[in-house]
Design a protein around this ligand. Sequence first.
Ligand SMILES: NC(=O)c1ccc[n+]([C@@H]2O[C@H](COP(=O)([O-])OP(=O)(O)OC[C@H]3O[C@@H](n4cnc5c(N)ncnc54)[C@H](OP(=O)(O)O)[C@@H]3O)[C@@H](O)[C@H]2O)c1
Length: 262
Amino acid sequence: MGLTTLGVVGGTGWLGGALLRPALAKGFVAPGDLMLSSRSGKATGFETWPDIRFTTDNAKLAAQSDIIILSVRPEDIGTLDIDLSGKLVISVMARLSAAALKAQFRTSRIIRTMPNASAEQGLSFTPWHATADCTAADKAFTDGFFGCSGKTAALSTEGELDYFTALTGSGPAFIAAFADAMIQDAVSRGVPVEIADGAVRQLFLGAGTWMAQARETPAETVRIFTDYGGTTAAGLTAMAAADIVTPIRKGLAAATEKAARG
Ligand SMILES: NC(=O)c1ccc[n+]([C@@H]2O[C@H](COP(=O)([O-])OP(=O)(O)OC[C@H]3O[C@@H](n4cnc5c(N)ncnc54)[C@H](OP(=O)(O)O)[C@@H]3O)[C@@H](O)[C@H]2O)c1
C-alpha cells in the first residue's frame, strides 16, 4: 500500500475540519492523499471528498502517512501510543512542548502551530515554530497548509508560540468577552437582547474588516478619534481613565503562562 501524504490524528474534530476543508477546497491537499483518525469512527463534515480515508487505528494512519498532524485535545495526548520516527509531526495542540512531542513520538522533526477559531472562514492567524531538524520542505508544507485557512507567520522561538497561543489562539474568545460587555451594557439600558446582539456582532464585523484594511495602525485610529474631540473621544478618554489596558495585559499573561506551563 502506498504512503498517504498526510495523516491527521483527531482530524474529524472541530479544528481538524476547520483547517482541512479550506485546504481541500483549494486543492492544497488531495482527498486521496488524506487519512483522518478519531476514536469514534466519525466521518461527517467531509462528504464533498469521498476519497478521504477514515480510521480509528492510529498505528495504521502512522504507517501510511509521511506527515502527521496531531489535533487531539491536550488531555488525550497520552492515548496516542504511536511511533512516528523519521516523520514530520505538526502539532496544533496548545500546551504541549516540542520536547514532550519529540520524546513521545520519537521524531525530531516537530512543527508547533497555533491556528484559531476563524480557520474555517479562511481568517485564522496561524503562527508556527519549527525545530532545528525540520527541512525547508517541512516548513514550506506547513506554511502552505495553514495559509489555506488564513495568514501565517514563522516564529523564531517556541516561547513566542506560547505567547501567540494566548494572543491569537485564545484571541477570538477575548474579543467575544469585549463584545459581551457591550451587549450587557446595552441590555442594562433596556435595549432588547436580540437587537443588542445583532448590533454588536455587526459592529465587530465592520470594525474588524475596516481595521484589517486601514492604513492607520489601531493606535493612530484611537488618536485620530481622540483628537476629533467628539462623543467617541469622550468614550475613549473614560475607558483610558478606567484603565482598559491592564485587564487585557493580565488576561494575556495568564493565558500565556497556562500555555507555557503545559
Ligand atoms: N478549537 C480551537 O479553536 C483551537 C484553536 C487552536 C488549537 N486548538 C487545538 O486543537 C486540538 C483539537 O481541538 P478541537 O477543538 O478540534 O477538539 P475536538 O473537536 O474535541 O477534536 C478532537 C478530536 O480528537 C479525537 N481523538 C481523541 N483521542 C483520539 C485518539 N486517541 N485517536 C484518534 N483521535 C482521537 C476525537 O475523536 P472523537 O470525536 O471520536 O472522540 C476528536 O474528534 C486541541 O489540542 C486544541 O488545543 C484548538
